[in-house]
Write a protein that binds this ligand. Structure first.
Ligand SMILES: [Mn+2]
Length: 337
């Protein structure tokens, strides 16, 4: 069966696509610490809008992840939010599109740079406390924002540049954990089937994303695994700060680490802790027993029901103690209900 855009997405997709097609100069942004879905969606939109004749600039609140640079049709698409080039691009733009988040705090310093522009939001997260305004194309049922970008292109019958196809594929690949997570819906497989039909090479894209990890990543994994602990349905690991510094690790190296505690028999919620200068970063993953969006919100974070994050001021040991206690209580409550 071939994919068709679900009915409830049709009108919002059309509205968003019309605004984007009318733009001549557009800013694209995504959430802090962009992932494969955030930047994949940006690059797909950029390639599609450029094929429609628009000027496009990617301005993100934090560094563009090096792992996904291979998707960029050209490196000059991305400018640093602190640069003159970013300021000029924002001054000349007639539209801003926010992808893979719809919350004010999640786009950080870019918010004030695009405040004067009409806005389109394309996102698959549940709406939170501080939603961005503008034209809203949101669907928490979508596997990835990349799947919704596919709806945009479908609603306008393309064009379908190869860069857009590859970027949408990687967006969905990464947000579904290589089609293993609960969001690997029939719809997402139908989208991906069409992307392959149109020319994506799954083996090559998988290899570029997952098949050429630097050695330090395995050395960091070794150090993290030595901290693996489980208790009452909760599994957690901490990134040893000494190993992180010694190995000159970067944020990308932490991608997927939380899947290790998550894979342990009997674990319902997995946690990964990392000390940063601004506090302790926590990743939450749930098998569905606990709503970790609600749990992360108690610590000032948020995300999805099964995957969330938070940044908690304080030091590693103290924060870890509090968060593990709260998570154990949530698992007990979840199992009892
Ligand atoms: Mn996403």
């Amino acid at each position: 069966m071939n994919y068709t855009t679900p009915d409830h997405r049709r009108i919002p997709a059309r509205r968003a696509a019309d605004a984007m097609r009318a733009s001549r100069s557009c800013i694209l942004t995504t959430h802090v610490n962009a992932d494969g879905d955030g930047v994949g969606s940006q690059i797909a939109v950029a390639a599609w809008m450029r094929a429609n004749g628009a000027r496009v600039t990617i301005v993100n609140p934090t560094r563009f992840p090096g792992l996904f640079e291979f998707l960029l049709p050209d490196r000059s698409l991305v400018v640093d939010a602190g640069s003159d080039a970013a300021r000029d691009a924002c001054a000349q733009a007639d539209l801003a599109v926010v992808l893979d988040t719809g919350e004010v705090p999640r786009i950080g310093r870019v918010k004030q740079m695009i405040d004067h522009l009409p806005l389109v939001v394309v996102d698959h997260h549940p709406v939170g406390d501080q939603p961005l305004g503008g034209i809203s194309f949101r669907d928490p049922e979508a596997s990835a924002t990349g799947e919704m970008v596919y709806d945009l292109l479908l609603s306008t019958r393309g064009p379908w540049p190869q860069e857009a196809l590859d970027a949408m594929y990687v967006a969905i690949l990464t947000d579904t954990g290589s089609f293993r997570f609960g969001n690997s819906t029939p719809l997402c497989h139908e989208v991906v089937a069409d992307l392959i039909r149109r020319g994506c090479d799954p083996e090559e894209l998988y290899r570029k994303v997952y098949g050429q990890a630097p050695l330090r990543r395995f050395q960091l994994l070794e150090a993290c695994l030595s901290t693996l602990t489980t208790s009452e349905g909760v599994g957690w690991m901490s990134v040893p700060p000494e190993a992180y510094d010694r190995l000159e690790a970067v944020g990308d190296d932490l991608e997927g680490l939380v899947d290790y505690p998550r894979s342990v028999e009997g674990v319902h919620v997995a946690l990964l802790f990392r000390q940063t200068s601004r506090g302790v970063k926590i990743s939450f993953r749930s098998d569905g027993t606990v709503d970790v969006n609600a749990l992360a919100r108690d610590f000032g974070g948020g995300g999805h029901v099964r995957a969330s994050g938070a940044l908690v001021p304080g030091d590693l040991e103290e924060v870890r103690g509090r968060v593990v206690d709260a998570t154990r209580a949530a698992v007990q409550a979840g199992l009892a209900s």
